[in-house]
Design a protein around this ligand. Sequence first.
Ligand code: HEM
Length: 116
Amino acid sequence: MTHAHITAWVVAVILLIVLLFLQKQGKNTKVLHMILRVFYLLIIGTGIVMLFGLYQITLLYILKSLLGVVLIGLFEMILVRGKKAVNTKNLWIPFVILFIVVLYLGFKLPLGFYWF
Ligand code: HEM
């Protein structure tokens, strides 16, 4: 399940980058944006399945999951604001920080890869 989770967020990041490029070119991004939203559900779904497979859900797991959901919120805010041509610069700083923290917590926690 960790592999499905990782695949889902890697695809989501790629879609985010592609969508930002398409937005810049003024292209219609509706369909691709809907596909990205399906990937949000896959990230959350695989995350929840891992949580329920645990013997004990610790505080770090709760923190990792909450920050993961907030990060997905930032994906969406960046895209919606980008579409309306509102400045998204102030969203990128929390996005990058949160991304690093979520990656760190994910790889620190014991399931799947255990890097830190
Ligand atoms: C874009 C958002 C997210 C990113 C980038 C992300 C990233 C990661 C990474 C890198 C791992 C480590 C995988 C491994 O060790 O094999 C992981 C594991 C995990 N994620 Fe996420 N995640 C995100 C969203 C979520 C959400 C929304 C939830 C909960 C609903 C969640 C729950 C979990 C759980 C329970 C684990 C297992 C932790 C462990 O290794 O013991 N994640 N995630």
